[in-house]
Design a protein around this ligand. Structure first.
Ligand SMILES: Cc1cc2nc3c(=O)[nH]c(=O)nc-3n(C[C@H](O)[C@H](O)[C@H](O)COP(=O)(O)OP(=O)(O)OC[C@H]3O[C@@H](n4cnc5c(N)ncnc54)[C@H](O)[C@@H]3O)c2cc1C
Length: 424
């Protein structure tokens, strides 16, 4: 009898897609093709360190083709997903058509600007490596502009930074920028030491780190306040015009830099019926991550909305661990399907969550245990270095951290990719 070989097309090589592919590596029953717009996998939890010039983008990214080298059943297709054609089991990308037996949608999410066009146009999101590099350039260019500016009020506007979103990303970037303000601005920008810039952390909700424990929220608030971050809770951003961040209560913050860490929404997946798209534009799936109403299309990770897990009836949080666990389970279930074995339904094993707040300070919410401070910070470092793809990257990252923390002086403050003429 001929051996069965199933064509699996995975769209998106983030945590979900890559963990599925890893499990199918060298399984001769599957020919797997990964489609991604980037030619590398990257690690979003450390993006803010790229944006603040603390580590290099290559420390947290790894090329798919290198990952797949010498893996007979894995192929990479660089391209942007366009639509699914369910009738003939194929997808369209901007670089060609691919046929599948099983399709796995692992496209993740995109930044949600909540319909605010000016914010979308002028704020700086933090979702991809390009976003992080863009933000890094923008921050450095703003400082250069402040140095040249004669008008004091305008200079202040260039060094004010507004961060919208008090979740882990907003908190982490606020802490990092505040530390850098103390350690680097004074040394490297002597022209503006007479001026006090401000970091504003604005959130529509009542507390920072909303999904974490009250202890974590209190600790984050106290540490950031000590660092001089101005925390504005219960405050929504309404518009961003001419360098003015306009708040819903009518107040205005003059700032040339609005960092948008305020929310995400599922990516669009043309070719699926409208009724499978649920809250947050996530795709509704059953307990095995199969898209409702389909027979061979699956969605995993941030883009999926699964309400069958009794502990998470509203759907899972959009976190790396959910994506990793769903990817691995779906791979095992595809293998079970071929063997004719019963499938396992998904149940999220919550390992807890952490956030770094500043140098030597973090918070950790583990199931039934909270800890903070230096110990939490060390644990955070270890936890974030382990999943980084590539041994060389782990070593480089460990060295970068050690050097930067010892010297208070990361050396990557290079403006290497200005993508706007307005600063010239
Ligand atoms: C700044 C930041 C910090 C975070 N910090 C944490 C944290 O500390 N802890 C935690 O648990 N979670 C964190 N998260 C969330 C975590 O990164 C996500 O839950 C996780 O990445 C979801 O994995 P995914 O595979 O579903 O999607 P993603 O990792 O987003 O992967 C989606 C993939 O799809 C590709 N793609 C997108 N559009 C297309 C297209 N049209 N065609 C082809 N390919 C496409 C992308 O290039 C990407 O490779 C953070 C997220 C961000 C943005």
């Amino acid at each position: 009898m001929d051996q069965i070989i199933k064509k699996v097309v995975v769209v998106g090589g983030g945590f979900a897609g890559i963990n599925l592919i890893k499990k199918l590596t060298n399984d001769e029953h599957f020919q797997v093709t990964l489609v991604d717009t980037h030619n590398y996998h990257f690690f979003p939890p450390l993006l803010y360190q790229v944006a603040t010039a603390f580590i290099e983008p290559s420390n947290i990214s790894y090329p798919f083709r290198r990952m797949f080298q010498e893996k007979k059943n894995l192929r990479f297709h660089l391209g942007c997903f366009i639509r699914i054609n369910q009738q003939n089991n194929s997808i369209e990308t901007d670089t060609g058509v691919l046929e599948y037996d099983y399709l796995v949608i692992a496209l993740g999410t995109e930044t949600n600007f909540f319909g605010m066009e000016n914010v979308k146009k002028h704020a700086l999101p933090m979702k991809t490596i390009s976003d992080a590099l863009n933000l890094r350039n923008y921050l450095l260019l703003s400082m250069e502009k402040a140095v040249r500016e004669q008008d004091r009020a305008v200079r202040e506007k260039y060094i004010n930074i507004v961060i919208a979103g008090g979740g882990p990303t907003g908190v982490e970037i606020a802490g990092m920028l505040a530390e850098m303000g103390h350690n680097i601005r004074v040394k490297e920008y002597p022209e503006i030491t007479d001026l006090q810039g401000h970091i504003y952390l604005v959130d529509a909700g009542p507390v920072l780190l909303g999904p974490m424990s009250v202890k974590a929220q209190v600790e984050a608030t106290q540490v950031l306040r000590k660092l001089g971050v101005k925390i504005m809770s219960n405050t929504a951003v309404k518009d961003y015009v001419d360098g003015q961040v306009i708040l819903a209560d009518g107040r205005v913050i003059e700032s040339n830099v609005l960092i948008w860490a305020s929310g995400v929404t599922g990516r669009e997946v043309p070719g699926l019926p409208a009724e499978v798209v649920g809250r947050g534009r996530r795709i509704q799936v059953d307990e095995f991550n199969k898209v409702k109403g389909t027979s061979n299309i699956y969605a995993i990770g941030d883009i999926s909305l699964q309400t069958t897990d009794s502990k998470f009836p509203q759907g899972h949080p959009q976190l790396a661990q959910v994506a990793i666990q769903q990817g691995a389970l779906l791979a095992a279930n595809l293998q079970r399907t071929l063997r004719g074995e019963p499938l396992k339904q998904f149940s999220y094993h919550d390992k807890g969550s952490m956030a770094i707040i500043s140098k030597y300070k973090a918070v950790a919410d583990l199931p039934n245990l909270f800890f903070k401070g230096f110990f939490a910070w060390i644990v955070w470092l270890f936890i974030h270095i382990i999943p980084i793809a590539g041994f060389r990257n782990k070593v480089k990252l460990a060295f970068s951290w050690l050097w930067s923390f010892m010297t208070n002086d990361p050396t990557l403050r290079l403006i290497i990719r200005p993508n706007t003429d307005e600063f010239k």
